[in-house]
Design a protein around this ligand. Structure first.
Ligand code: MG
Ligand code: FE
Length: 169
């Protein structure tokens, strides 16, 4: 059981690091999509959720007698994509951001499903409940991005066609 508990603690620390990365990425995106107020509003809302997720994970770690390890532990499979999302002058930041966001949310969904299953196996039902709760927030964000993908992509292309500098974003 000690092994199982340590494994679960590591997964929780990974998730915490993932949320630090999420916050960083969402903040970067929020500052570069001024032409898309609806997307901006949804991202702002998810930043608040992300900060709360981070705190809920910290509470789980604390209750389990351990602590977060910081962003350095984040494996960063999506580092290149995130860097693209954080890039400048490409002209299609909003579309890259949409792709990065949609991809990132699905990594989060997978992570929290695994964590909830692991917590359940370890008998930590409160951590399982928290991870399922967070998972639903990630699913809602992913659905929103999917539902608005066509509209945002086409709006970007139409704006780009006008050759206006701000509209390209
Ligand atoms: Mg999250
Ligand atoms: Fe998320």
């Amino acid at each position: 059981m000690a092994d199982m508990d340590e494994r679960l603690n590591q997964w929780l620390r990974d998730a915490h690091a993932m949320e630090l990365q999420a916050e960083h990425m969402l903040n970067g995106l929020a500052g570069r999509i001024e032409s898309y107020p609806e997307l901006g509003t949804r991202i702002d809302q998810h930043i608040v959720e992300t900060q709360s997720q981070k705190q809920r994970l910290e509470a789980c770690l604390q209750r389990r007698g351990t602590s977060p390890s910081g962003m350095k532990d984040f494996a960063g499979q999506f580092t290149a994509l995130m860097q693209t999302a954080g890039g400048v002058l490409a002209g299609d930041e909003v579309v890259k951001g949409l792709l990065a966001g949609y991809t990132f949310e699905h990594m989060e969904i997978g992570s929290y499903r695994i964590l909830a299953a692991g917590a359940e196996a370890a008998g930590d039902m409160e951590t399982a409940r928290v991870c399922e709760e967070i998972c639903r927030e990630e699913e809602a964000m992913a659905s929103w991005l999917l539902d608005h993908c066509r509209e945002i992509t086409q709006a970007h292309l139409m704006r780009h066609a006008t050759e206006s500098e701000t509209a390209k974003r």
